[in-house]
Design a protein. Structure first.
Length: 203
């Protein structure tokens, strides 16, 4: 049977560069599956249903909660977001490293349930630079940008709860740091020994 994959929880304020760094990371490694979340937020230009998110109505989202479909879910700046549990567990069992890009409340829920998850906080170099990136992205209305900046301050105060912090100054460097964390975590003795047949030469 394939060695079980890593469950990787990546959080960081909106605009820190999570999507950018994840794209670079996925070009560097072919053993990662991105967990596609459900959200009630409207698609941004270029976002595709089923690829970036499953875009759902509030009613559909509430129904999914009722069915127990989510590993975690949370509200963020007026919209709901959730991680469908089924695909995560299937892909982990198949040996894929599964990457969740989720905000801090959802991350706390996952870390409570899954003690073997690896948590990483992607921080912007400064709040000033975060604001510049949010405005530069040009995808959010002014009131949403202000909401995201306020939320960002609260989120950055929780970075200490994560096992790792990566600062996204240069995106390629940040992606290489994530790559290194994943490689190291897969070599942790606890995980390796689990995957090596019992009674084998290591114990
Ligand atoms: P998130 O997914 O965390 O909300 P994005 O990946 O959408 O953030 O990045 C927000 C904006 O910042 C985008 O316009 C992106 O091109 C830009 N960006 C991302 N990483 C960097 C970086 N290291 N340096 C400068 N700009 C960046
Ligand atoms: P955005 O609207 O910028 O795509 O995402 C806003 C925030 O929601 C980001 O911090 C992102 O990490 C988070 N997010 C995306 N999907 C999920 C999810 O499934 N669950 C939770 N809790 N947060 C999510």
């Amino acid at each position: 049977m394939a060695e079980k994959g890593l469950l990787i929880v990546l959080s960081g304020p909106s605009g820190a560069g999570k999507s950018t760094v994840i794209s670079s990371l996925m070009r560097m490694r072919d053993d990662i599956r991105f967990s596609v979340s459900a959200t009630t937020r409207a698609p941004r230009p270029g976002e595709v249903d089923g690829v970036n998110y499953f875009f759902r109505t509030h009613e559909e989202f509430a129904r999914m909660i009722g069915e127990g479909a989510f590993l975690e879910h949370a509200e963020y700046v007026g919209n709901r977001y959730g991680t469908p549990a089924g695909p995560v567990d299937e892909q982990l069992a198949q040996g894929w490293n599964v990457l969740l890009d989720i905000e801090v409340q959802g991350a706390a829920q996952v870390l409570e349930k899954r003690h073997d998850a690896v948590s990483i906080f992607l921080a912007p170099p400064s709040l000033r630079e975060l604001e510049r990136r949010l405005r530069g992205r040009g995808t959010d209305a002014e009131e949403k940008i202000l909401g995201r900046l306020e939320t960002a301050k609260r989120e950055c105060a929780l970075a200490k709860n994560y096992a790792y912090i990566v600062v996204n100054d240069d995106a390629e460097t940040a992606a290489r740091e994530l790559d290194a964390i994943i490689t190291a975590e897969r070599c942790r003795s606890g995980r390796k020994l689990e995957s090596i047949a019992k009674g084998d030469f290591l114990s």
